[in-house]
Design a protein around this ligand. Structure first.
Ligand SMILES: *Cc1c(COP(=O)(O)O)cnc(C)c1O
Length: 372
């Protein structure tokens, strides 16, 4: 097959030809054209969260995790204490990176198949006034569960604690309005629901908070306060910017606007998710999550019970038909994941289900049904 495979993964994901073509140009980082491009992208990003004046957005080179690390390094003082609401792998990663940077981090555990509880958070904060910041993963991509951002934000505001939100896999698909949801930092990246290419993250920051954060970061490259100051002064990134990634993101945002913005993107992903789950159920597969908690971003399915099932072979068989699946991230149960995001629609999801059906056939598996 000479077509690129369809990426059913949580990033990198399938992008449009128009987005790819935007990268066929070399930009000088000092050039007015690139400075304007950066300014335009930042302005559009701020408009998407509805916060042009009260907040700023600081882009950062690297994958999404670099920006999570930078947000913690910049916002949390070295004597701070972060409480991470934990219902999955990305939550644990956030706590680990905070710990490695020398911040005190505590996990507040919840079951992996359910959202975190704002009531339990409220109790934990009341019990420990030393907690300075709360970290929430909006959509826990390890399972696909959607966490209650608005309720968590209200608890943090009432308790007077900072809130750092990893909205990597939800931003631009699920509604997030900074006028209604009070956060200190909210992190996302180019290669997720905006459907750009991977290579940069960006952090929305409340200016009143960020202004107090000079000198917090123990890292030069990860210092968002410094990056912000430099951008405001010069319009330029500190250090070599991912120029082609920024150009692709600008083009991806133009298409996001043309499609109808966040509501249209959510509608398409909802449709993708419904089409996928209906098709997979017809093959016997069971989603891991209750439909109530499922974000239309990535769906975790139980592995088939059939004794010859093996993810690697299943992956290869689907790959041979042009579809890239994603491994599971759960330790207790065997699962695999299928993404609903990217420049794909219900047709691609139906084709993906057909590819999964063929893969089962090739492997001699008669049903996707999991063990009881
Ligand atoms: C994708 C993602 C990240 C960032 O992962 P990278 O591999 O560093 O790009 C962080 N948090 C969540 C919830 C994600 O979905």
């Amino acid at each position: 097959m000479d077509r690129d495979p369809i990426l059913l993964t949580p990033g990198p994901l399938t992008t449009t030809l128009r987005t790819k073509l935007a990268m066929l140009r070399d930009w000088g980082s000092w050039d007015t054209g690139f400075i304007e491009l950066t300014a335009r992208v930042r302005e559009r990003l701020l408009a998407i969260v509805g916060a042009p004046d009260t907040h700023t957005v600081v882009p950062l080179q690297g994958s999404g995790t670099f920006s999570v690390e930078a947000a913690v390094a910049t916002l949390v003082p070295r004597t701070g204490h972060v409480l991470v609401l934990d219902n999955g792998a990305y939550c644990k990663r956030a706590a680990r990176l905070a710990t490695l940077m020398g911040r005190r981090a505590t996990l507040l555990p919840f079951p992996e198949d359910q959202p975190v509880s704002p009531v339990a958070l409220d109790a934990a904060l009341s019990a420990d006034p030393g907690i300075t910041h709360v970290m929430l993963i909006h959509c826990e991509t390890g399972t696909g569960v959607l966490n209650p951002l608005a309720e968590v934000a209200r608890v943090c505001e009432r308790q007077g604690r900072g809130l750092i939100v990893d909205a990597m896999s939800s931003f631009a698909a699920l509604p997030i309005d900074a006028r209604e949801i009070r956060f200190d930092a909210l992190i996302a990246a180019s290669g997720k629901c905006l459907e750009g290419v991977p290579g940069m993250g960006f952090v929305f920051l409340r200016k009143a908070v960020l202004a107090q954060c000079a000198g917090h970061s123990q890292s030069l490259a990860m210092d968002l306060h410094d990056q912000w100051q430099y951008l405001e002064k010069t319009g330029q990134w500190r250090f070599t910017p991912p120029t082609h990634v920024v150009a692709a993101l600008a083009e991806a945002i133009a298409q996001f606007d043309e499609e109808g913005g966040q509501p249209a993107r959510l509608a398409r992903y909802d449709d993708n998710c419904r089409t996928l789950i209906a098709g997979m159920r017809a093959l016997g597969f069971q989603p891991f999550l209750d439909a109530r908690w499922q974000a239309p971003v990535i769906v975790t399915f139980h592995a088939p019970a059939h004794p010859v099932y093996d993810f690697r072979r299943f992956y290869e068989a689907a790959r041979a038909q042009g579809f890239i699946l994603y491994p599971g991230k759960l330790t207790e149960v065997e699962t695999f994941r299928v993404g609903c995001i990217g420049a794909i629609g219900a047709n691609e999801m139906r084709q993906a289900v057909a590819a999964v059906a063929r893969a089962l056939d090739v492997m001699g598996i008669d049903s996707g049904a999991p063990a009881r």
